[in-house]
Structure formats: C-alpha cells, structure tokens
Design a binder for this molecule. Structure first.
Ligand code: SAM
Length: 273
C-alpha cells in the first residue's frame, strides 16, 4: 500500500540513519561478529523478563538493522525481522551473514505485515523506540494479535510515554512536560540532522511521531484479544534525552538525581487467548 506523507518522510529518515548505525559503537556490530555468544544489551535485559524463546518462531516488528533480532536468534528462536526501511533490512541481511547467525528479514510497513507474511508466530517482539513512529495504537495491537498463534506471547519494552512528553532542550535538568501524553491524530514534527549514535549528518532530518499513553496501549492489546500477564516500569533508558543524562556502568542512562520521580521505560508481557 502507498504510504501517507508522514510515514514516507519517516522512512526516508530511517533509511538515512542506517550507515551511521551500522558503523556505530552503540549498536556494536563488531561485538556480535567477534563473539558468537554475544546477544547485545537490549536482549540480555529482555531475556530475563520473557519466557524461554528457544525453539519458538518469533517475529520482531520494526527490527531496524537486526541486532536485537539476531540476539534473539542466538537464544534459539527461529527469527523473522520486519521493517519498512529497505536499507535497514538490507543491512540486517548483511549483518546476519557477517555474524554467522541466520535470520529472515522482510521489508514491510507495520500495518501491512499480515498481508506480506500470512503465517503466525509463537512470539511477537518489539520495542525500544518502535511504537512512537506509529499513528494508531489500536490498529497496531490488531496487527500484533493477528500475527500470534493462540497461546503465543507478546513482549515489548518501550520508552515510557511520560518521557516522550518531556522538554529535551533545556540545560537545567528540570523535568518539564511539553508534548502530548495521549495519542493525537496529528503527529509531532521534528527536524534533527543527527541520530542517536555518532556519525555524519542525516540527508533526511525530518520526522513525525506520535505518543501513546500506557492505558491506551494496554487497552488496545486487551481489546485485540491479548491477556496482560505482567507489566513493569524502569528507572533507566538505552539513550540519553534531556534530564536523563547520567550514564551508568551498565551502559544505561538515568536521571542524575531523584530517580524515584519518574519511570523511563516500561514493559508488557501478554498472551494471545
Ligand atoms: C529505533 S528502531 C527500533 C528497533 C530497535 N529497537 C533498534 O533500535 O534497532 C525504529 C525502527 O522502526 C522502523 N519503522 C518506523 N516506522 C515504521 C512503520 N510505519 N512500519 C515499519 N517500520 C517502521 C524504522 O525503520 C526503524 O528501523
């Protein structure tokens, strides 16, 4: 299906980030290549929260360059990664052969995945900066549900929606709410010619994003036929933003003071019933 203007612009932006990310320390592709047991920080964190993935079919929505997808493959899952950025999918395929871990990678816009891939899976996995790019969380939840086998599970760990509301351009570390918490039909528009890794300027700096409140996400999953088994909130984040700028020895970012004030990430584990 042809994309609307907002997602066309976002796709160009994500295509333009790929070379920087592929070469970056943050994504750390070399570590996967040098150590066949390395699964990456994101999957190490999530593996403690999920049921065993070994021997299960798993689809990773918005998989980007496939680092987390292949981390899950190294835990024994039979993985499929999907993303609407052709450059991301080509990079993921190249990375899969460079690191010697097999995975299937397919180009698809999120809302089209069920027509591009007619099969269903034991596990749907997503997160860490994924759903903020989607305009309609109820439609997303229906896609998640349609991809799951009955009894299969869904797991997501995401940036907390309260974090997306914060003014990230202050230099005084004050926590100031500036952007919407609840899903809006009109997106927020930004232009940033750098990405969250090191590397050169982006050729397509414009983006559009949407926030989704926690209840909106959970209710959408429930209404799509999932049973919520576990939710959690965390005081750390994978990347720095505004007042969340203290890097810990674990490579995660936190508020420098008063960490009990604000959740920075959250996760949900749910079962298709
Ligand atoms: C921050 S990455 C999330 C993946 C993973 N956490 C990571 O950091 O590698 C966001 C991904 O969402 C993809 N994306 C954004 N909007 C999308 C859409 N409408 N359909 C499919 N993929 C989309 C982008 O291409 C990008 O690869």
């Amino acid at each position: 299906m042809p994309l609307d203007h907002h997602r066309e612009v976002n796709r160009a932006n994500w295509d333009s980030r790929v070379d920087n990310h592929y070469a970056s320390e943050l994504y750390g592709l070399d570590r996967f290549i040098q150590d066949p047991g390395f699964i990456g920080e994101v999957v190490s964190f999530d593996a403690k929260k999920m049921a065993d993935v070994a021997g299960k079919s798993l689809i990773h929505l918005q998989c980007h360059i496939g680092t987390d997808t292949l981390g899950l493959a190294r835990l024994g899952a039979d993985v499929t990664g999907v993303d609407f950025s052709t450059k991301s999918i080509e990079a993921a395929q190249r990375f899969s052969s460079e690191c010697g871990t097999p995975g299937r990678f397919v180009v698809s816009e999120l809302y089209d995945v069920s027509s591009v891939l007619p099969e269903t899976f034991d596990i749907v996995y997503t997160g860490v900066g994924a759903i903020c790019w989607l305009p309609d969380i109820r439609g997303w939840a229906r896609v998640v549900s349609s991809l799951l086998n009955n009894g299969g599970f869904f797991y997501m760990r995401e940036c907390h929606p309260i974090v997306w509301t914060l003014d990230d351009e202050r230099d005084d570390d004050l926590i100031v709410v500036k952007y919407p918490y609840f899903e809006q039909s009109d997106p927020q528009e930004f232009s940033e010619d750098t990405t969250y890794t090191e590397g050169g300027k982006l050729s397509s700096p414009e983006t559009f994003d949407w926030n989704h409140g926690m209840a909106e996400v959970l209710q959408a999953l429930i209404d799509a036929g999932l049973r919520i088994d576990e939710i959690d909130e965390y005081d750390s984040l994978e990347w720095p933003t505004g007042p969340i700028n203290e890097l810990g020895e674990d490579g995660r970012f936190r508020l420098a003071e008063g960490r009990e004030r604000l959740p920075l990430m959250w996760s949900v584990l749910a079962t298709k019933v």
